[in-house]
Write a protein that binds this ligand. Structure first.
Ligand code: XBP
Ligand code: MG
Length: 245
């Protein structure tokens, strides 16, 4: 394990399958709470995910519905504040579960002495309670969110800031992502990248990833990428180590 120094985890879609039954639902409740008729169905939300960051997503959507730039910006901020509170409630109520296999992998990496970090576009108001709910306070050495960087994924800012604050160089560090936007961000920061797809990202352009699988296992399917081991169909510490070897 000596070459694997650290793993940096994305949150939405990676640690937790949070978009379809989490964020989307909270966005819709925020629309309803504001007396708006808008409602994002499962397919429409998948297309909207191209824009990262909930507030940016709202602004882009409102712009496409004919709001002028100022009105879209103001309303997006108001709706996003409401949505963040609603999503935070879902988090503390335990309604946003980990993806299968995540706890096993994180525990294994901890035991192997691999440093663990989080780099997400999501907002600190819900990311912190989510990580605390599932992992307690001590698992991740540092968590950086969309609230701390001005440019969101696919910009590499959040990854570069994790590396800077952790005193790490890219060799020996693997990013674990679920989407093309996350992959582009991680690779632009110089990191190796494992992509674990979900229903919203299975069709993304992931050809440049070091390894693409459809789950953390067991019975994960290798979709693309070399010969990193997947013992019993599971992503393990040895899988991540092979990506930096
Ligand atoms: C996640 C996001 C987030 C969430 C919503 O992208 O884009 O914006 O969809 O969270 P990634 P907020 O997984 O690539 O980090 O509303 O808090 O932004
Ligand atoms: Mg993601």
């Amino acid at each position: 394990m000596s070459l694997l120094k650290a793993a940096v985890f994305d949150v939405d879609g990676t640690l937790v399958d949070s978009e379809r039954d989490g964020h989307r639902v909270a966005f819709n409740e925020a629309f309803a709470g504001a007396g708006l008729p808008d409602c994002w169905d499962v397919d429409a939300y998948g297309r909207l995910l191209e824009v990262t960051g909930g507030q940016h997503r709202l602004r882009a959507y409102l712009g496409s519905r004919g709001y002028n730039a100022d009105a879209a910006t103001r309303l997006a901020a108001e709706l996003h504040r409401a949505k963040t509170g609603l999503f935070r409630e879902m988090v503390v109520d335990g309604r946003i579960p980990l993806r299968p296999g995540v706890r096993r992998l994180v525990d294994e990496l901890c035991q192997a002495g691999v440093r663990l970090f989080v780099a997400t576009t999501g907002s600190r108001e819900w990311v912190e309670p989510l990580l605390h709910h599932h992992f307690g306070a001590a698992t991740f050495e540092l968590t950086l969110t969309g609230s701390e960087v001005s440019r969101l994924k696919p910009d590499p800012a959040v990854y570069l800031e994790v590396l800077r604050r952790a005193g790490l160089q890219p060799p020996g560090v693997v990013a674990v992502e679920d989407s093309a936007n996350g992959l582009v961000a991680a690779q632009a920061a110089g990191l190796s990248c494992l992509v674990v797809t979900n229903d919203y990202t299975a069709e993304d352009d992931l050809h440049s990833a070091d390894l693409v699988v459809d789950g953390f296992g067991p019975a994960a399917k290798r979709i693309a990428g070399g010969c990193a081991p997947l013992p019993d169909g599971s992503v393990t510490a040895s899988t991540l180590a092979a990506l930096v070897a």
